[in-house]
Write a protein that binds this ligand. Structure first.
Ligand code: GDP
Ligand code: MN
Length: 376
């Protein structure tokens, strides 16, 4: 789950990271009022859950409350990378002398968190990582010790941070690491961390991505979820406990298990088809879950065929088959359904489905080929 800039910065502030004075507005008059309260030049920033807002025109300076209202009006009317802007952050503007990237991600290969810093802050770090990876300085953090002061000082030195600011930089890096660990984040990032003309360090932007699988431990953070930013199908999938990612193809996939879902998508592509989604109904899926999944898949109007690929283990084949049949009774659709079931109670499952006039397949190859043909 991604947090908005204003939410991420509020968390950073709790960990002693300096952030600009500011507040969120949902309409232009409120933005004006916040700007008047700040009483200085402000920056108005679109709060949408994508990067590159600056380049898209979603970050603009305003020198007066009047101008703040005008700019907020413009930005609130924008759609950035497909997302309508519903809120703006009105922050005290800062005088930027230098922009630095500072972030932490989980390095799966090292099984540790890695802190990264780069001089080319401000822009998109993904671009830096692709074109000039040597410009990113990394330190691997031992979970037993946490980020150690010498590591933060080393980063400061490599980044050429002014001696007078090294202590502050160390505090910010440590705060960022603690925020990352305490929130069970998969990413925590300050881009840019600004060196102001007044020689102060301040987080001008903030981004936190929380690990969904750890959210149950953070009821307070769960509250920060912005349901406006979720698509209807994402919302339905989350409520039903399904992992769902919409894609651009026309073959809906309903699969139990993430690895099996990947393999299914690969095989569909191998036979010239395009998957419409990734969907993992999980282990032990009962009829109601299958129904919810089917509902989500069929709500995508691109879908021309649905391939069910079920491996009966904990999830019993007959149970899934009943779920499919029950679901179809309520859903009413002309979209052809192809089913491949193997494993526990697969035969019984296939019998139930054949009785319900569904296309069955013995192997994944056969199922994928039939689905590709049906979608044509
Ligand atoms: P992003 O494009 O979505 O990452 O949004 P950012 O918050 O990082 O803003 C993009 C860019 O706008 C920054 O890299 C800065 O160059 C600029 N910017 C943001 N806040 C301020 C500010 O207070 N003053 C000035 N002068 N520039 C700012
Ligand atoms: Mn940024």
């Amino acid at each position: 789950m991604k947090l908005h800039e204003y939410q991420s910065k509020a968390i950073f502030a709790k960990y002693g990271i300096p952030i600009p004075k500011g507040s969120v507005a949902e309409n232009a008059p409120d933005a004006r009022q916040i700007a008047a309260q700040i009483g200085k030049k402000v920056v108005i920033k679109a709060q949408v859950l994508v990067g590159g807002r600056g380049k898209a025109g979603g970050v603009k300076l305003a020198s007066s409350p009047n101008e703040a209202e005008e700019v907020a009006e413009q930005i609130l009317a924008m759609t950035i990378k497909g997302l309508p802007v519903r809120k703006v952050l009105v922050d005290e503007a800062i005088n930027i002398a230098r922009e630095i990237y500072l972030g932490i991600v989980v390095d799966r290969a090292a099984r540790r968190a890695t802190m990264m810093a780069a001089s080319a802050g401000g822009g998109e770090i993904e671009e830096v990582a692709r074109t000039t990876p040597e410009k990113i300085i990394r330190v691997s953090i031992d979970p037993a010790f946490g980020l150690q002061e010498f590591q933060a000082r080393e980063l400061a030195f490599e980044m050429g941070i002014d001696k007078a600011l090294v202590r502050d930089f160390t505090a910010i890096a440590t705060g960022l690491y603690r925020a990352f660990v305490d929130t069970d984040a998969s990413l925590a990032e300050i881009n840019p961390l600004v060196v102001t003309s007044e020689k102060q360090l301040i987080a001008a932007d903030g981004k936190i991505v929380l690990d969904d699988n750890a959210l149950y431990r953070h009821t307070d953070l769960e509250q920060l979820r912005d349901i406006d930013e979720e698509t209807l199908s994402e919302k339905q999938a989350r409520k039903a406990g399904l992992s769902y990612v919409k894609l651009d193809g026309n073959i809906g996939c309903m699969v139990n298990g993430a690895g099996l879902a990947m393999a299914t998508m690969d095989v569909i592509k191998f036979y010239g088809g395009e998957p419409a989604n990734f969907l993992d109904i999980g282990g032990g899926a009962k009829a109601d879950k299958v129904k919810a999944a089917l509902d989500i898949i069929l709500s995508d109007s691109n879908v021309r065929a649905v391939l069910f690929n079920i491996f009966g283990g904990i999830t019993r084949g007959d149970e899934v088959a009943r779920g499919i049949v029950d679901g179809l009774k309520e859903i009413k659709t002309q979209v052809p359904m192809i089913v491949r079931i193997v494993g526990t109670n697969a035969e019984e499952g296939r019998r139930i489905l054949a009785d319900a006039q569904m296309i069955t397949a013995e192997t994944l190859e056969e199922g994928a080929q039939k689905a590709v043909a049906a979608a044509k």
